[in-house]
Ligand binder design. Sequence first.
Ligand code: C2O
Length: 477
Amino acid sequence: PLPKRYATQLPIPSVLQPVRTDGTTDYYEITARPGMARLVAGHDTEVWGYQGMFPGPTIESRSGRRTVVTHKNELPHPTVVHLHGGHTPHDSDGYPMDLIAPLGGGTGGPGAGGMAGMAGMGPATAKPERVYDYPMNQRAATLWYHDHTMGFTGPHVYRGLAGFHLVRDDEEAALGLPHGPRELPLMIADRAFAADGSFAYPALDPSEVKPGVQSAYMNGVLGDVILVNGAPWPVAPVDRARYRLRILNASNARRYRLELDPQPPGGGGLLQIGSDGGLLERPIAHDAIELASAERFDVVVDFSRYPAGSSVRLVNRLGSGSTAEVMRFDIGSAQVSDDSRVPGGTLAKVEKLDASKAVATRTFTFIKSQNNWTINGQGYQPGQSLASPKLGQVEIWRFVSDVHHPVHLHLDPFQVVRRNGDAPGEFDAGWKDTVDVLPAEGVEVAVRFTDYAGRFLVHCHNLEHEDMASMGEFTTQ
Ligand code: C2O
């Protein structure tokens, strides 16, 4: 049976405290381990979570202040951690073969098979912890960290290995946006449950050792329960005031078209102030926003536009039945003060990459071929580079699709230049690191990689596509 709707209050993931700080750096420790969550009435659900929690704890970084996270693994399977949206050197970027061994080095238990299943990465070369060093030389934005294990990203994230990592800076702080209890991170993810309350992830080979997904699930795993911050269809009590919602689609494969129901008088209830890569130049009022896997929308909702004591649902126009609803906001009736503001003019200075200065145009065709998803007809091969862009130069990368593919680049964000030869779409504004490429589309983005030479990834963020080889490497130099 499905969990009850609107029976749980929206949880807010706790903010992780550093284990130590010095003049330049904050140091954190996170352990991935099994934990229990009460998601379905009468049952405990085992999650694999950072600190045993789903979502994991939120890390908050200051732009320009180095953040070092030691990730330990107490799960029975190797893991890899990627900071999605991070401007990160190769060594700390969560390359899918840079495994954190399971506790005990992977000798014995299901972990042993898991390790053996990954060519060339025996237990001898991996430790049950890894230090990820993030320079954080990047602007304020909503990032997230999640698992990125070769061939197992889908099941690992589905079991709960995902958390927020927020970057803050002075430019943003000076704006006076809603903050504190009026800034809500919202991690939206769909899941299915077995009768005993456990997560049902049907795509993994029953051995749990064979990477990738079974052929029936190659298009992606969908659930019939919508979780926000790990709670099914939660309720958030809110004041009649402005709130900043940092919306993340952390689903393996589901796309959403989110709307407020009812819309506030006059519409435009979702005032977008930022996208994957931080603040937009100026706000955009939307009636609806569309998010594919891994995309973030930073929006301000002014609940004072609604009657005191009323309720507003966040609904999904791409869903049906249980997946058409996401969460509810219950608006208080008290008179409250609200000194937040959203500048109507300029939010931030956003450099525009000059596409006419591009030194190269490269095409990446995301297409199914036999039993794999491929890029340009080739399934992912670790160590094989598809492109060698030069640091500091603008290039045009063209993503072509057969079906829906949310295409993600590591290392640096990009700007959408054209969709099907036309202007960018209504959800393409600002710095993006994931772009929702619709079926049979060609999307061109301008990108400029900077600072770090090495191997990075371009891949589809439908996690079942990714685990079935929809990934490639590029080598910056
Ligand atoms: Cu969010 Cu390479 O991933």
